[in-house]
Write a protein that binds this ligand. Structure first.
Ligand code: ATP
Ligand code: MG
Length: 393
């Protein structure tokens, strides 16, 4: 019997006249994510996208499809001709498989969606008839309130029968909402921030600051791993790596100790701003979160934000740490993020960072530095490489 993955599209269905553009992007992302695993035709029909299965690689395919933004549910289905003999055969096959996998299943309910309105029975009548087939062939009961499982039946030109529905992330397809430059540290927050913006269709590239040789090569490898994790969602990305040790040393010598962190942050923003302008990025993204650390008070954020006219997205701004950690675990970045490597920010960490900086005060402290020269020197030594997009496990 023919098998396909049925993909429900959530928000995309509402996109009106532009819908086809979004769906085309979605289909090209699906092709990219499935490019090195066997699959058949990819097609759309009445609001859903389908991928034909040609090998025994369902789990792998589900895993890959979960990384395609725009998909809300993934359901492995049997596809049969829309006539009762074939539907009966499909229903018996799929219920038999489900009961073998879950011997504790005792109750079920049928849900029918009749896309083909010319079919002589209405959806209630179809569900009742399918329910009858199940009752006749298996020793289980109907429970319309709290069934152990549902048998779904989508009647179109062909009929799609399925039981399992796997939740995907939803969102909008990669590349439908411009390009963003993510400030990626080795922490828990910034990969989650990158993921959340990628989920809204932004193509994310990464900018990382290090203080080599004060920070190690292994610390940089860890950040590249995080960038690779982000690329499994948004495709191959550019990874910019900038050494800011000389800048930190200059700040350390010339500026008040308690302003070290905030002035370093402003340099990060200056460098991000330049790369974003030259690389025509639409926005800058950070993992900042209100009140989490000293540099992320409202005053602190104001002073950092003052550097750039670019739109700065901080998708974690109002989230609690536990929720950020939940997402990090879900997208598999958490274990990498907690590896104990030093970060450039910890190298010159002040004992008591300033909690209420002002733009005027900080600008005054920075007068002792040749900011443009420091930024240009750091950018001259910047390394750029491509990361990920291969989807290899
Ligand atoms: P994270 O968990 O992402 O490291 P954090 O809670 O440690 O965040 P900070 O160290 O204050 O917070 O950093 C705030 C944000 O500044 C980070 O989320 C990131 O976007 C950016 N940032 C900090 N350090 C770096 C770095 N070394 N390279 C690039 N961006 C950085
Ligand atoms: Mg950090």
């Amino acid at each position: 019997m023919k098998k396909v993955m049925a993909l429900s599209l959530g928000e995309l269905v509402l996109k009106g006249k532009n819908r086809y553009k979004f769906v085309n992007k979605l289909i090209s992302t699906i092709k990219r994510n499935l490019r090195n695993i066997d699959h058949g035709k990819i097609y759309q029909n009445m609001g859903k996208v389908y991928v034909e299965l040609v090998a025994d690689n369902e789990d792998k395919m589900i895993n890959r499809l979960k990384h395609v933004f725009g998909i809300v549910y993934i359901a492995p289905c049997y596809v049969v001709e829309t006539n009762w003999d074939k539907i009966e055969e499909g229903v018996i096959t799929i219920v038999d498989e489900a009961l073998k996998k879950n011997p504790n299943y005792k109750t079920f309910k049928v849900k029918t969606n009749r896309g083909d309105k010319s079919f002589p029975l209405n959806s209630m009548e179809i569900s009742a008839k399918i329910g009858g087939i199940v009752l006749k062939n298996f020793d289980i009961k109907v429970d319309v309130h709290q069934p152990d499982f549902y048998v779904y039946c989508d009647l179109k030109k062909d009929t799609y029968i399925y039981i399992d529905k796997f939740k995907a992330y939803g969102g909008l397809p990669s590349g439908t909402n411009g390009r963003g430059l993510l400030l990626l540290s080795g922490g828990i927050d910034s990969p989650v921030a990158g993921f959340l913006m990628a989920k809204r269709g932004v193509l994310v590239d990464c900018l990382h600051f290090h203080s080599y040789p004060f920070t190690s090569e292994r610390a940089e490898e860890k950040v590249k791993k995080l960038a690779e994790d982000i690329s499994t969602f948004s495709g191959e990305l550019t990874f910019y790596s900038v050494n800011i040790l000389d800048i930190q040393k200059e700040i350390n010598i010339n500026c008040p100790e308690d302003e070290m962190t905030i002035i370093s942050r402003r340099f990060m923003m200056r460098i991000a701003d330049k790369i974003a302008k030259e690389g025509r990025y639409d926005c800058i993204i950070t993992g900042e979160n209100l009140g989490q650390v000293a540099s992320q008070t409202i005053d602190g954020l104001k002073v950092t934000n003052d550097i750039t006219e670019k739109l700065v997205f901080r998708p974690l701004i109002g989230m609690d740490k536990v929720n950020i950690i939940d997402i990090a675990k879900d997208i598999d970045t958490y274990e990498t993020s907690i590896l104990p490597f030093e970060d450039c920010c910890t190298v010159f960490l002040p004992k008591h960072p300033l909690l209420t900086p002002t733009v005027e005060g900080i600008v005054k402290s920075e007068e002792k530095l040749d900011c443009d020269k420091l930024v240009d020197e750091a950018l001259n030594k910047m390394k750029i490489e491509k990361i990920g997009g291969s989807n290899e496990e």
